[in-house]
Ligand binder design. Structure first.
Ligand code: KIV
Length: 278
């Protein structure tokens, strides 16, 4: 059954945990969707794990639309949430609505996500007014990496913790259907989760959030440039891929591959004639 924003509301009401994983292309979306995850995030993390940038700042609307459209062709039942990239919504409320609309219309997303709290209340409200579901994202918001002075845990001091709670409440009041809490102390994430009606989705925010999200390359051992403390590795697909590729190279070198069953036939007479002619 297709997951929707209603599934998220029901899950919170019933105390059922929500699962969300990133995907950026058709075949991976199909695999992840087939495992029955609740939501797929086409995150702007694609800038780092798919495109090799050192942060998410260079990701464009065109990148997001391209990857979101591929994911939406591969996923049937997961709710597809697509990230508004850096400078696609910060510039104005108008830009926020237009670009959220593009992710829905051209990317076929089911919802959009944007980073920032109280400062983006108006942007969130305007997107929601255009009938586009919005997922908020507060705490360590990677698009603000330079403003934070690096990828750091947020909300540790009394003042910062208070600000984070205010941001969460503002995002909820603006009409968001859920909010991602990234790199937030577990006890603070628990408190925020208890204070909100909408579900919290944690990444580095402890087990008391209403759901969890991870970047698939981190959880499947496919990206080793940088491993965040919160990223548990659930399988070593990176190793499986390397072994498969090495095995292929070996069989190519020894001539074992391709075998008879991987080749196509031609009538012996046809080939014989050709030999005689040339
Ligand atoms: O871009 C992304 O993948 C994200 C998650 C880390 C929440 O925003």
């Amino acid at each position: 059954m297709k997951n929707t924003v209603v599934t998220f509301q029901q899950a919170k009401a019933e105390g059922k945990k929500i699962s969300m994983i990133t995907a950026y292309d058709y075949s991976m979306a199909k695999l992840i969707d087939g495992a029955e995850v609740n939501a797929i995030l086409v995150g702007d993390s694609l800038g780092m794990v798919m495109l090799g940038y050192e942060d998410t700042l260079s990701v464009t609307m065109e990148d997001m639309i391209h990857h979101t459209a591929a994911v939406s062709r591969g996923a049937r039942n997961a709710l597809i949430v697509s990230d508004l990239p850096f400078m696609s919504y910060q510039t104005s409320v108008y830009d926020a609505v237009v670009n959220a609309g593009r992710l829905m219309k051209e990317g076929r997303a089911n919802a959009v996500k944007l980073e920032g709290g109280k400062r983006f209340e108006e942007h969130i409200r305007a997107i929601v007014d255009a009938s586009i579901p919005v997922m908020g994202h507060i705490g360590m918001t990677p698009q603000s990496v330079h403003a934070f002075g690096g990828f750091k845990v947020q909300g540790r001091s009394e003042e910062a913790a208070k600000q984070l709670l205010e941001d969460a409440l503002a995002v909820e009041q603006a009409g968001a259907f859920a909010v991602v809490l990234e790199c937030v102390p577990a006890a603070l994430a628990k408190l925020v989760t208890e204070k909100l009606y909408i579900p919290t989705i944690g990444i580095g925010a402890g087990a008391d959030c209403d759901g969890q999200v991870l970047v698939y390359q981190d959880m499947l051992g496919m990206f080793k440039d940088f491993t965040p403390k919160f990223a548990k590795q659930f399988a070593d697909a990176g190793q499986v891929i390397k072994e498969g590729v090495r095995h292929y190279i070996e069989e190519v070198q020894t001539g074992t591959f391709p075998a008879k069953e991987h080749t196509f036939k031609i009538d012996e007479e046809v080939i014989q004639k050709l030999y005689e002619q040339v």
